[in-house]
Design a protein around this ligand. Structure first.
Ligand SMILES: [Zn+2]
Length: 84
């Protein structure tokens, strides 16, 4: 796997957009123990995240390895907090 940005840094960018799954306001955490995949996808569409960032995000979806990605897939808070 190529070196990407730390997931915590990517999450800090993604939180700037409204979550498309639970509708948490920008800057407000999702109502899950982590962040919804929909939020990262929206940030990607807004140009805040890039392709390599999304690869890091998809690798972090729980439970690993996820067989199906949905907008409600959650990237666990424990993963988001992990320093890399
Ligand atoms: Zn959410």
């Amino acid at each position: 796997m190529t070196a990407g940005r730390p997931i915590a840094e990517i999450a800090a960018d993604a939180v700037r957009v409204r979550c498309g799954f639970c509708w948490a306001e920008p800057g407000v955490p999702c109502d899950a123990d982590g962040m919804h995949l929909a939020r990262f996808a929206r940030a990607r569409r807004c140009g805040i995240l890039d392709g390599p960032d999304m690869c890091v995000v998809l690798d972090a979806v729980a439970p690993p390895p996820a067989e199906v990605f949905t907008p409600g897939s959650v990237i666990p808070a424990s993963t988001l907090a992990a320093a890399s």
